[in-house]
Design a protein around this ligand. Sequence first.
Ligand code: FMN
Length: 258
Amino acid sequence: MKAHIVLAHPEQKSFNGHLSATSQRILGNQGFQTTLSDLYGMDFDPREGPQHYSSRKDSDVFHVQTEQRFNADNETIPSDVSSEMQRLMDCDLLVVHFPLWWFGMPAILKGWMDRVFVYGRMYRSVMRYDTGICSGKKMIACVTTGASEDNCAHNGREGDTHLHLWPILFPFRYLGFDVLEPQILHGVGGVAFIEGHDDGLSTIETYTNRWIETLDKHSTRPLIKYNADSDFDGAKRLIAGAPVHSPFVRHNPKAVSD
Ligand SMILES: Cc1cc2nc3c(=O)[nH]c(=O)nc-3n(C[C@H](O)[C@H](O)[C@H](O)COP(=O)(O)O)c2cc1C
């Protein structure tokens, strides 16, 4: 069994750096062969663009999906990307560590997705969602927020972190992963921490232990529920009577009949 860990944080000594080292240790103890992509440590370039492609289908206009597919078909994907793709293909479990930055993921992680989730190799129209290339693999995100748990609750001022994470995790479902309920650790090293006031701050020991427990029980952790492909019609609209799992997909309230 192989586990691949992705760390999106500029500092190894950070909370996230510590948690990713914990993942390596605990999953190793469980018998996983582990690999780590420390995106900052690798100096991973998150900017998709023509500078990465020496071979082009269209040397005049750079169209990302056209060039990704062309280079996938010709086995000329940039080496930093192909090694990341290989790690995704090899792993049974993917663990992604990142802090919430401006209610989203750090740019380096977004860029890693833009470049590594290569059109033509990692997905295409007939190979996504239920038929995604990563079907059968599991993925979990471990996310820290500076704001407190109350502040990040469904009625909290900063908004429900689960909602903020939905579009971040959905690309993994798009590739076919079974996405586990994320681990969210609040009140870590944010404004309250720097300014020295107690706003639901928590300790590294508490959170490390919580994360270890999650890793130890990951095989029974609930999955995020997603709609099946068969819940949508030919135009990719939700069919009448289908359940709704995404906060971004709703039955059309104005439709007279579906
Ligand atoms: C650029 C930036 C943006 C941030 N945005 C948020 C945010 O939107 N919500 C939040 O709760 N914390 C935010 N924070 C605080 C971080 O989430 C917090 O410092 C981090 O989770 C602590 O983990 P670390 O020690 O591994 O960095 C932000 C921090 C930075 C540097």
